[in-house]
Design a protein around this ligand. Sequence first.
Ligand SMILES: O=P(O)(O)OC[C@H]1O[C@](O)(CO)[C@@H](O)[C@@H]1O
Length: 236
Amino acid sequence: MKLIIVKDQNEGGQKGYEVFKDAKDANAKVFGLATGSTPLTTYAAITASDLDFTDATSVNLDEYVGLGEKDSQSYRYFMNENLFSKKPFKTSYLPNGLEDDAEKETKRYDKIIEENPIDLQILGIGKNGHIGFNEPGTAGDSLTHKVHLTESTIKSNARFFENEADVPNYAYSMGIGSIMKSKKILLEAFGESKAEAIKGMIEGPVTEDVPASFLQNHGDVTVIVDEAAASLLKNK
Ligand SMILES: O=P(O)(O)OC[C@H]1O[C@](O)(CO)[C@@H](O)[C@@H]1O
């Protein structure tokens, strides 16, 4: 893994933008995208740039089950607000949170991923080491699945909702196996609350207990962290 330690999230966002720019210059056509607070500065830097994605496709990692694009907490809404309304892509895919039939939806999404192999995947990381919504215990070869969110994730994400009870209990998530097939991966993490997960991801054993640790088996991962998120690493 290539580790880049930055001063703060703003500098991290600029570096993240550079990874997108390099990928675009190298003719990347499919971008795997993430939600959460982590990629926001990268999306802001992309938005402020002259990069053009109208010939590119995006495939997002995950979506809450039960929320649609008009729900302000849905990930489709988040992506529209923070990126797509300013930097449109030719086509943008997300799981459909309003589809009740999990088998139908996960199969549909796997087909999309197969037909649009991801050139660059951006990831955040959960405090418990999750990537996408792949919670601890998820198999390294998993495909798109319906996830029962952990208590830790519900608590972390409650800040985006009025009440913790409003956080959906389920989400559809791209699997770890699909994430691992991305040609290049960029993982960002900012703040002390991510330090334990970053240590486990980079210096711990490869284990389902820390889903991000599977990235040790990928040949092209760039990790951008601030000093706080890097604070528990022995080798910097
Ligand atoms: O960037 P945040 O808001 O800390 O969230 C971290 C992770 O949590 C998720 O939003 C899912 O809970 C991931 O998509 C993201 O990588």
